[in-house]
Design a protein around this ligand. Structure first.
Ligand code: HEM
Length: 157
């Protein structure tokens, strides 16, 4: 028996768990826990946490794309466009999430690091706020995508 689709969808789900779970932890657990810290300490903490997390998001994005399109291009269900609606929605929302992540990486995150390097805490805090907003949007999109990715299989439409 060929288990390649099963392995690919299993890895796909693990990548989603790492990305969405990491955003949930950052936004819902770490962020409220550090609000009482001084601005300088808080920004230093984020400057150490975010690069590590973003590296894992990069790996997760690569795995999501390779496994997602890997199965669709090799005959899983209806292929790229002929499958169920939840797979189309997942591709569209997934593309938005990835675009937001890349934008965050090359604009606010670069500006955040640059501001911290010259000890401009005000500017760093502004960029950190933009990063936080993008992570919140991606968290909501990611929770939605994960829900429909898993539940859509059981809906006959
Ligand atoms: C961007 C391109 C993506 C493609 C091409 C893609 C493709 C697929 C496919 C073909 C399935 C199987 C659906 C089924 O059997 O009914 C699937 C399932 C799933 N996807 Fe995606 N996906 C993408 C992005 C994402 C993203 C961004 C997330 C979440 C962050 C995600 C989370 C999931 C989950 C949780 C499942 C359910 C696995 C299961 O329990 O069967 N996917 N995806």
């Amino acid at each position: 028996m060929d288990y390649s689709f099963a392995a690919a969808i299993g890895l796909h789900t693990l990548a989603a768990v790492i990305w969405v779970g990491g955003m949930f932890y950052a936004h819902m657990v770490l962020r409220p826990a550090v609000t009482e810290m001084s601005v300088s300490l808080r920004l230093t903490l984020w400057s150490r946490v975010l690069p590590r997390f973003f590296a894992w998001v990069g790996v997760s994005v690569a795995v999501l794309l390779v496994t997602g399109y890997g199965v669709l291009l090799t005959g899983y269900r209806g292929g790229i466009t002929g499958g169920n609606l939840h797979i189309d929605v997942m591709q569209i929302v997934g593309a938005v999430m990835i675009a937001l992540f890349l934008y965050m990486l090359v604009v606010p995150f670069v500006l955040f690091r640059r501001a911290l390097a010259i000890n401009d805490l005000g500017a760093a805090a502004v960029q950190q706020g933009r990063i936080r907003a993008i992570i919140l949007v991606n968290l909501l999109l990611g929770l939605f995508t994960t829900f429909i990715g898993a539940a859509g299989t059981f809906v006959g439409y």
